[in-house]
Design a protein around this ligand. Structure first.
Ligand SMILES: [Zn+2]
Length: 58
């Protein structure tokens, strides 16, 4: 999960958020960006998209 945690931090930093989550949020947790949405309804798709892109690269 450290890989995904790193991605979460990168995504949040890329979106202008300085707050680094200590760990990968659960899907049903509030998104660490502070939008008030659940993580799965906010930044999770973006994180997963980056994860797929990272894995797709050699
Ligand atoms: Zn978010």
């Amino acid at each position: 999960m450290s890989f995904l945690s790193g991605l979460v931090s990168r995504v949040l930093l890329a979106t202008g958020l300085k707050k680094k989550p200590a760990a990968m949020p659960k899907r049903s947790d509030p998104c660490p960006c502070g939008s008030g949405k659940t993580f799965k309804d906010c930044h999770l798709p973006q994180v997963l998209k980056e994860a797929r892109a990272a894995k797709g690269k050699t």
